[in-house]
Design a protein around this ligand. Sequence first.
Ligand SMILES: *[C@@H]1O[C@H](CO)[C@@H](O)[C@H](O)[C@H]1NC(C)=O
Ligand SMILES: *[C@@H]1O[C@H](CO)[C@@H](O)[C@H](O)[C@H]1NC(C)=O
Ligand SMILES: *[C@@H]1O[C@H](CO)[C@@H](O)[C@H](O)[C@H]1NC(C)=O
Ligand SMILES: *[C@@H]1O[C@H](CO)[C@@H](O)[C@H](O)[C@H]1NC(C)=O
Ligand SMILES: *[C@@H]1O[C@H](CO)[C@@H](O)[C@H](O)[C@H]1NC(C)=O
Ligand SMILES: *[C@@H]1O[C@H](CO)[C@@H](O)[C@H](O)[C@H]1NC(C)=O
Ligand SMILES: *[C@@H]1O[C@H](CO)[C@@H](O)[C@H](O)[C@H]1NC(C)=O
Length: 822
Amino acid sequence: MMGGVAVWVGVLGLLLGCVTTAPTNKNRDWDIYSFHINSTVTSRYATTVIISRVANRIDQSQEIEFHVKIPKNAFISKFKMTIEGQTYDGVVKQKEEAQQQYTQAVSRGQSAGIVSSVGRSLEEFKTSVTVAALSKVTFELTYEELLKRRLGKYKLLIHARPMQPVADFKIDVYINEHPGINFLEIKGGLSTKELANAITKTQASTEAWVHFYPSKEQQSQCDSCGEEGLNGDLVISYDVHRQKSIGDLKRSGVYFVHHFAPSDLQRIPKNVVFVIDHSGSMHGRKMDQTREALMKILGDLAEDDHFGLITFDSSVSPWRNELLPANQNNLEAAKSFVQRIQDRGATDINAAVLRGTEMLNRHLREGTASLLILLTDGDPTTGETNLDKIHKNIKEAIDMKFPLYCLGFGMDVNFEFLEKMALDNNGVGRRIYEDSDAALQLQGFYEEVATPLLTDIQMVYQGGANLTQTNFSQYYNGSEIVVAGQITDNNIDFTVEVIAISKSNKVTYSKTKPTEEPITVTSDSNFQRLWAYLTVKQLLDKEVLLSGDEKEKVKNETLDLCLRYGFVTPLTSMVVTKPQGEESQQRSFKKVASRLRLRKLFETTKSLKIPDISGGPVIRFLLPAEGQALPLCYDIPTGLSVGLLMDPKNDLSMNGQLGQPGSGGYQKIVIHYSDQLIDFDTNGITYNDGQNATYFTWSININHEKDSVSLILQDKQMDVTIGSTTVVIMLYEKNGKMFLWPVLRQRPTGDNITGIMARPPVAYEEVQGTTIKLKIQDKEVDVSRDSAVDLNVRSAPTVTCWLMSLESALQGELEDFTVTQL
Ligand SMILES: *[C@@H]1O[C@H](CO)[C@@H](O)[C@H](O)[C@H]1NC(C)=O
Ligand SMILES: *[C@@H]1O[C@H](CO)[C@@H](O)[C@H](O)[C@H]1NC(C)=O
Ligand SMILES: *[C@@H]1O[C@H](CO)[C@@H](O)[C@H](O)[C@H]1NC(C)=O
Ligand SMILES: *[C@@H]1O[C@H](CO)[C@@H](O)[C@H](O)[C@H]1NC(C)=O
Ligand SMILES: *[C@@H]1O[C@H](CO)[C@@H](O)[C@H](O)[C@H]1NC(C)=O
Ligand SMILES: *[C@@H]1O[C@H](CO)[C@@H](O)[C@H](O)[C@H]1NC(C)=O
Ligand SMILES: *[C@@H]1O[C@H](CO)[C@@H](O)[C@H](O)[C@H]1NC(C)=O
């Protein structure tokens, strides 16, 4: 063991209901100077990285906090902190072991904490660390999740709340779906009018990119944003193309993933019984919202559906003793019953669900799908109240004949009890949040199960092993069945068969002859993690239902996978440790150095001058820096023609002519791609597709897509995607002058890419001395602190940068970057 071990910690997956208010930023003496979220989705498996860089601004050490929210279904898989150039990686350990390490550190008087999840879903991640005077810390958190298809779409939810406006704020999303992306839309609280120009969306057939780069001013201007900056969600919804009924079957290495979601089937009439709690606790808005949702749901039933309604408190009152067809008369009568439901009394869940089960059991019709839906907001308080007995009674009564869905309304319910009861009976538990949209949440849930297309589904994989769940009781339109596993032997034919019951008959889909449509082989390296994720999720659900030795066995198996794949789950925690002692001398030296440097920076900030962008014989360019707060900048003389981007392999090049003194950017930009040409000036755009030329002005909207070229013109901004490269050309108007500015959104891949836009972000270190120098690739470069206008974002904010010569910035002579012809 090393000398002293400080254990830092993070988090609490805060228990719902006991959320503490975060301190406001106003009195904080630390600054988040960079906040990036990067999400990559392939085959519906999303990996998201949040990187927050924070500077301690005061002359003494202090506690700095990292606080983010992540989706309920995600597993945290990595966490690290970098302090004074040293990186400390979190290690996933069994919960008890992590706890022990934590307790030991605390008992030694060290500040400590622990990254873990509370309950079955982790919603909030918070950690803090003590950072030395005038030092910086970088937090990096990674989480993973398999996006679930609901109502015909996958949703990637990104929550952004850095707690202050951040100079360098970015969300980048990349989606790659082999079957092709059908549609993609961006919603959520951050997708508002004020922030619209900060969002760019680029969609190719199988890939899509979303970039959200709001300026610092914009971060406090949106609906839900204030002095504390952004606070809201970016929700990216999409679906993929589906042609074959067997679905999308892919393998990568020994792992395979099967997405099955046929939609070309007839709906199966259903028998549905709603069991509604109207006990006293439902009083007021909850009851109103339940009534509202039920009215709508009844209106959506199809004529060949049969339905029943049961209300319960301490006694159970069915509307009718039998299920009735959803015809006009019955629906009218049911609606007037719903209008009259009043709250009163205690909660007898056991009797109510048993009654619903009995009604359904008496009403099993050939060729239909039965389901039981329970809505309650409380614990069983009367009749049978022993939770285990209720589980047992209900499981025996239902006997796997149909699924039970349990909706827990509000925060007072024992959700674990409801969820276990649902899982026990092939259903799912869902929480309905007590909010103004509760009626919509109830309807939304109902819609998900409203259209059964198949029942008794068995997915059979010859030559497959270590499969995730393969038997499903019902499949609903808009959802999806996902199975992952391993292929045992490359030499044996791997075959898939889906056997199920549809409206009128038994159906079988198969993919037996490998010559017909061989399984798609991809290089997606995520399949193993996707498999592990799904396996762990299902084992955690299974574990809840078991007891005794069986439970221990499943727990062991789950824990083993969590440790192997680094997932933070209810069984594991993550600990970050930092050896102390040996480097104390070096550390204190560094501390003094960084203190001096930071003082200098703050002094300069105060007298920051705003550059005169409209004048001058040069145009200032920004060059992003890797992992540093301040970007680099350099000047290029006006009037020159420069090579912006050259990609010889893809026969793509882009040149631009800078405006005359007084202009803020380019006056002309030309893109050449094989025999095509796109020519931009401040009046309009000429597009020559190799045969014919078209001209359009900046003020119209265009959405053109042909072969591998896509042109989208909107709001005086054109997004040009050629193959896998995307550039955005923006038309600016400043002080009555018009100019163009190009931004590289998606860098071409491959070698030999040149041009001033091709320069990747630069890594540098600050060097202490009498003059300010930066160290770039082992070379020291003189710089001065200056500022530039960041034209990469519409609002064109003025940012601070390290100004250096063009030669140092581009690592070449000016001549290397000029062209004689556009
Ligand atoms: C996002 O993450 C992916 C995968 O790690 C990486 O390839 C990509 O460069 C990152 N994108 C940005 C904009 O940082
Ligand atoms: C299932 O959903 C698809 C897509 O939304 C729709 O076209 C189809 O009509 C639906 N099928 C039924 C039976 O409702
Ligand atoms: C799936 O269902 C079939 C038929 O009911 C049964 O034979 C099989 O054992 C089930 N498989 C699993 C893994 O439960
Ligand atoms: C299934 O998993 C077990 C342990 O996780 C492993 O030993 C075994 O090799 C796997 N089976 C196949 C066919 O890969
Ligand atoms: C689970 O693992 C622990 C420790 O490895 C072991 O002592 C125990 O016997 C295992 N339990 C089962 C049911 O396999
Ligand atoms: C070019 O224009 C001609 C005449 O208008 C038309 O026949 C031809 O289809 C066009 N070519 C392309 C590629 O659009
Ligand atoms: C890059 O350029 C070098 C030298 O011009 C050449 O040898 C190499 O083949 C090029 N690589 C590619 C991928 O074009």
